[in-house]
Each structure stands twice: as C-alpha cells, then as structure tokens.
Design a protein around this ligand. Structure first.
Ligand code: ARG
Length: 468
C-alpha cells in the first residue's frame, strides 16, 4: 500500500510507510475515544490564534464550523477513520481541511501533537474522573440507606475473620461509606492536577507565535496552565494518579464483594442477593451464585495491572515526549470502562440485596462475642485487666465445653470463676447492651452511628453542588 501522499508529515520522506508499520504505529483503537476533546481543544486554539492576529476571524470561524461538522460526522457514523493517518488528531485535521480548504491547514500553527495529545488526554481523564465521582455518590447513597435501616440490627464484627465483638450493621456499612468518601476526595484532588492546560508547550520548547495558554485554559474550563513546556508534553502523572484512584476504588469494591460472597454462603446466611444480581449453575439446580461480586473482585486485578503497565512504560523515559507514551491511552480507556461499570453494578446489587437479621443474630451466639464485656465487667469490680482476661478465658473454655454461651451459664457457674460476679452480669453480657455501651465518637454505639449518618448526609448534600 502506498500511503506516502496521505501523510501530513510526509514532506521529507521519499519512500512510503510499510503497511505493517502503519498498523503497528496507529493508535485509533484507543485515541478515537478522545475526539470530542480533540475538537474542543482545536476550536479553543483557533479562537486564541485569531485573538492574537495569527489567524483571521474568518479563518477561525471556518475552523470552528468545520470541526463542528467533523464531530457530527463522527457521531452519526459517516466519518471514515484512516489508520494510515495514525491517530485521532491527524484524522480530524485531514477531514477538516477537506471540508474547509486552506484554513484547515493553518490550524496546527504554534502547536504540536505533543501538547495537543496531552491536552486531549487531560480532558478525557478529567471526564472519566468526574463520572466516577457521580457513581461514587450514588453508591454511598445506597450504603447510607441500608445503614439507616440497619441501626438496630447486630452482627458479629470480625478480626482475622474470627468472631470478635458485636457491631451494628449500620456501623459495618458506614465503614465502606468512609472508604468511598476518601475515594471521592482523592479524585477531587487529582482533578485539580489534571485540569492544567499544556497547550502552548508545542513540541517541547514552547513556540515563537504569540500564544496565550490562559486563553485556551479558560475556554475549556481548566483551572491552570503549564509552568514548563518540557514537563507539559512529557507529564503523565495525572493518568497514573487516576489509575491509582481507580485501583483503590476497585480495592474497596472488592473487599465488600468478598464479604458479599461470604455472607451469601449458607454457612453465614446474612444476606440474600436478588435474582437480578445472581446467576445459577448449569448442572446444580439449587445454586444461586454471587457471580457479580466475584467478577468485580476479579476485575480488580485487571485495573491494578493497567496501573502497573503505565508505571512501567513511564519509568525510564527521558524528557520529553517519547512514542512509548502512546501506550498511555489503552490502560486509561479500559480501566475507566471497568471502574465505571463496577461502580454501577455494585450500586444496583447493594440496592436489591436484603439482610437476614435473624441469621446475624444467631451468629452472635457463636463465638463468645461478649467475652470482652465480661472482662471489662471484672475490671470495674477492681480486678486488674490481665487477670480479668484470664478469668474470662477460663469461663469461655468451660462454656465451650458445655456448648453454651457465657450468657447461658447460671449465676453459680459464673461465680465459680470469680466471687465478685453478681446478677448484673447478665445485662453486661447482652449483645445489644454491649453495642450501646460504646458511646465514644466513631464507635459502634447508637449515638456515634447516628452522628456518622448525619455527617455523611450533610457531606453528600454539600458535595452535590460541585458535581454535574
Ligand atoms: N498518537 C500519539 C500519542 O498518542 C500522538 C502524539 C504523536 N507525537 C509525535 N511526535 N509522534 O502519543
């Protein structure tokens, strides 16, 4: 295939590019996702050039309307993508010139694909991050609704996946709300660093044309402009940060998925997944599998992989732009699809999931979750904590042998471990009382839980204004 004449950079070449090299170097599969941003960036650039007298007003007008037409053609499917034109930038510029003629050839004045692609990718990444924030808020809302309904429901809290102390279901769910809130706030910070316009850096050293980077930034709603042209064209920190934020979102989703998988096992029986969010087995008729939770847990690995891939691509690149950096798009495009769909499907799954309060209550009886309460009770009677711990341990061993809970032992049995024990111990051993007594901020006690709910509700309301 002879494509020499198609190339916008073909002037110094005598021979044509090999077709396997064209296929190898093109990036359309991924960067065509950036077309909206490429067009917006070019329109802003042309308007700035006209303000500066580098283009005439008429040329800028033609560029603007020509690019509007290109966008329409892409959206209605009539645009013909040419792999021989390498990337989204060249495809759009070539078509623009076909539509408007000579003015199209002036668009690239004072600009390089190096600052152009950096701008497009910043805009794309910012759009992904903003979408994640919207989804994170919906997810938090669903957790909050379930938490409000679960304030009086108790279940075992675990450490080492062993029964530890009773907690309210609300408190357990609110722990995840805190994770998602941190995810949201992390994304807000990354958005600030992503929203910096690199246009005007040109290839690497800046340009001799009187460009005004601030004009581009303000036209595109970006908060800042680059400080160093070499950094501007070679920085991909914003993508790496976005991939890290996505990885941590996936970590949080995956941790709850792990609990969903455990809790839906009949051995726990704490939850029922709705039919809409579970699947059956092709051979075992009784099965209802938590495949959605397993897939979210599984996809977490692929998002981490994309972060590692780009970190590795970037680690040995000398300044400034290197073609290696074209490998930045696939990880972000793919990670975005995964993170976004996992957030959505998780929200739906939690919304439709129901809790079995009775199974959770029954589980409290297995595992001596009130042993700490007994030790604390003995401390109040004046026994040093270490000794109280030991006495309680002996009572647990005794009850375990009997197949009973501490609360099922008679007063005489309990007093055989320490004579200071009185009737009031039964109140202390009650699981609800154990939760209620935890009155300090941030603990599982009811005042703390309702304070957490209020604070999250307020936060969700105030953050709502900042998000589209
Ligand atoms: N397709 C390229 C990329 O994604 C655009 C920048 C190309 N720049 C260059 N000097 N070849 O990185």
């Amino acid at each position: 295939m002879k494509n020499k004449n198609l190339k916008l950079w073909g002037g110094r070449f005598k021979g044509s590019t090999s077709s396997i090299v064209e296929e190898f170097t093109q990036s359309l599969d991924y960067d065509s996702h950036l077309y909206v941003h490429d067009i917006a960036g070019s329109q802003a650039h042309a308007a700035m050039l006209a303000d500066q007298g580098v283009l005439t007003e008429e040329e800028a007008r033609q560029i603007k309307s020509g690019l509007d037409q290109v966008r329409e053609e892409i959206e209605n499917g009539s645009f013909v993508w040419e792999k021989a034109l390498e990337d989204v930038h060249m495809n759009i510029e070539k078509r623009l010139t076909e539509i408007i003629g000579p003015a199209g050839q002036k668009l690239h004045t004072g600009r390089s694909r190096n600052d152009q692609v950096a701008l497009d990718f910043r805009l794309y990444t910012a759009e992904c991050l903003t979408t994640w924030q919207v989804e994170l808020k919906s997810l938090m809302q669903v957790f909050l609704t379930k938490a409000k309904a679960g304030q009086d429901v108790l279940l075992p809290g675990y450490t080492h996946l062993q029964p530890a102390q009773p907690v309210s279901l609300a408190h357990h769910l609110l722990a995840y709300v805190q994770m998602f809130k941190r995810d949201y706030e992390r994304v807000t910070e990354i958005l600030q660093r992503t929203g910096i316009s690199p246009l005007g850096a040109a290839a690497l050293a800046g340009t001799t044309y009187p460009v005004i980077p601030e004009s581009i930034a303000s036209q595109l709603g970006l908060k800042g402009v680059f400080a160093n042209s070499m950094d501007a064209v070679s920085d991909r920190d914003f993508v790496l940060e976005a991939l890290f934020a996505g990885s941590l979102i996936m970590t949080h989703l995956s941790r709850f998925c792990e609990e969903i998988i455990l809790w839906s096992n009949p051995g726990f029986g704490f939850i029922n997944l709705s039919d809409a969010y579970s699947t059956g087995s092709s051979i075992m008729p009784q099965k209802k599998n938590p495949d959605v939770a397993e897939l979210i847990r599984g996809k977490t690995g692929s998002v981490y992989g994309r972060l590692m891939a780009l970190l590795t691509t970037m680690k040995a690149l000398p300044l400034t732009y290197n073609r290696d950096m074209q490998e930045d798009k696939a990880p972000m495009v793919e990670a975005h699809q995964t993170v976004n769909s996992c957030l959505r499907v998780m929200t739906g799954m939690i919304e439709e999931m129901t809790f079995n309060d009775d199974s959770m209550r029954a589980a409290l009886k297995k595992g001596f979750l009130n042993a700490t309460e007994m030790a604390d009770y003995l401390v109040l009677k004046g026994i040093p904590f270490r000794e109280a711990h030991h006495i309680t341990g002996r009572a647990v061993a005794y009850a375990e042998q009997k197949g009973a809970g501490l609360e099922d032992l008679s007063l005489d049995e309990l007093r055989s471990f320490d004579a200071s024990i009185g009737k009031d111990i039964y109140m202390v051993l009650d699981y609800h009382e154990a939760v209620k007594r935890r009155g300090t901020p941030g603990s599982t006690g009811p005042e703390s839980v309702s304070a957490q709910i209020d604070a999250v509700e307020k936060w969700l309301m105030s953050e709502g204004e900042g998000v589209v």
